[in-house]
Design a protein around this ligand. Structure first.
Ligand SMILES: Nc1ncnc2c1ncn2[C@@H]1O[C@H](COP(=O)(O)OP(=O)(O)O)[C@@H](O)[C@H]1O
Ligand SMILES: [Mg+2]
Length: 378
């Protein structure tokens, strides 16, 4: 791809609860890509799943207003004609066609950049679509996206590689309903407990349950979001986050801290909190910082990650223990998000991050199974 401008389709919006955050992340990504000389095509996904090609002047207006420091709006709008993606005229490209007239092609893309958070965009669904179209795309592949989204599968992968996770149990809806004494399902865990749906995000469906609180209600709430539920032992301590970027030899960023009030980082604090709760870099003993960076790379490798992930930790200062809480394979990507901030603190600015991610997308595509490396080694 060297030389020619690369045409990049930024996919954003989507049906998940994180639709708005995705629209904000996408504006940041689009702007950085444009700054780096790439041609950006904005593809918004409605909450009902309709894909729309954002008209060029609308995108240009948003990019220009951000550049001039007078953002009309801090997010990209999901607007424009309904479109579909089909195989492009050249191998490895994808065509954006009118939804009702497949022969009418708007544009062809060299690479897709999903900036989607949560189920559908971060769990392997969109990644599978892009694989089937044969186009390079940014970020984790199908398996690592799916494993990263499913907290039960994720913890299994981490434990298998010796990465510490909090003690927990999990069960499905049928096992829960059949249990005579629900509390027996959680024996061995110390209170407070955290009850979570296996596959969600943004703290949706999660409850903190102290001794004497209603465990049954918490499990029922989690079951409204997924048929599989985890119950974890609570860790009293600090929340730390670290960025991972790379392919075969991923690197870890500086470590950031999220200052949480009220015991845990719930939905309201994540999106409606007034204080900026991020501290970058986190004030930590050097050996804890190093341990977190090392565990981040190991966690990323354990799920088979590619491109990027943000690895979130719980740090019990009193016991000196560090646990990986979760990996986010498409973390928030606005200028104020933790992922760009921890990389900036490591000397890698936002445009450089997105540039590297695009290069990694091409590198994985070139190395996919069945493709011989260029140079023709037998
Ligand atoms: N085992 C735990 N101990 C203490 N706090 C926890 C634990 N698990 C989750 N939390 C709190 O709940 C928040 C959301 O949980 P998390 O597993 O990160 O779900 P999500 O994918 O929705 O972000 C965390 O940021 C943290 O504040
Ligand atoms: Mg989280």
């Amino acid at each position: 791809m060297s030389g020619a401008a690369v045409r990049i389709g930024v996919l954003f919006g989507g049906p998940s609860a994180e639709h708005e955050v995705s629209c904000a992340s996408a504006l940041g990504v689009a702007r950085a890509l444009a700054e780096r000389g790439h041609q950006v095509v904005a593809l918004g996904i409605d909450r009902d799943g309709t894909l729309r090609l954002v008209p060029e002047p609308v995108l240009a207006g948003h990019l220009a207003s951000v550049a001039a420091g007078r953002a009309i709006d801090d997010r990209l709008p999901v607007t424009g004609p309904p479109v579909e993606l089909r195989r492009g005229s050249r191998a490895g490209t994808v065509a954006v066609t009118a939804a009702d007239a497949p022969a009418s092609r708007y544009v062809e893309l060299d690479v897709a950049f999903p900036v989607l958070h949560g189920p559908y965009g971060e769990d392997g669904v969109v990644q599978g679509l892009l694989e089937s179209l044969g186009v390079p795309y940014v970020g984790c592949g199908i398996l690592s996206s799916a494993v990263g989204m499913d907290k039960v599968a994720m913890k299994r992968a981490l434990r298998a590689e010796g990465v510490p996770t909090t003690p927990h149990v999990w069960f499905d809806a049928a096992t829960w309903r059949a249990a005579e004494d629900p509390e027996k399902l959680v024996v061995g865990l110390r209170w407070p407990l955290f009850v979570k749906p296996a596959r969600m995000g943004s703290s949706i469906g999660i409850s903190r349950v102290a001794e004497g609180d209603d465990l049954v209600a918490a499990v029922e709430e989690a079951l409204r979001h997924d048929q599989v539920v985890l119950v974890e032992q609570g860790v009293t301590g600090r929340e730390l986050e670290c960025g991972v970027l790379g392919g075969w030899r991923p690197e870890a960023s500086a470590v950031g801290e999220v200052r949480v009030t009220g015991g845990w980082f719930d939905y309201r604090q994540k999106y409606f909190g007034d204080a900026d709760p991020m501290i970058v870099p986190a004030q930590l003993p050097a050996e804890i910082t190093e341990r977190i960076r090392e565990l981040s790379v190991r966690a990323f490798t354990a799920i088979g990650g590619w491109g990027l992930a943000r690895v979130d930790f719980l740090y019990d200062e009193t016991a000196g223990e560090v646990f990986v809480n979760e990996l986010n394979t498409l973390p928030g990507f606005t200028a104020h998000s933790m992922y760009p901030k921890v990389w900036a603190a490591s000397g890698v600015d936002y445009p450089e991050v997105v540039d590297r991610l695009v290069a990694l997308a091409f590198a994985r595509h070139a190395a996919r199974p069945g493709v011989r490396p260029a140079g023709g080694a037998a």
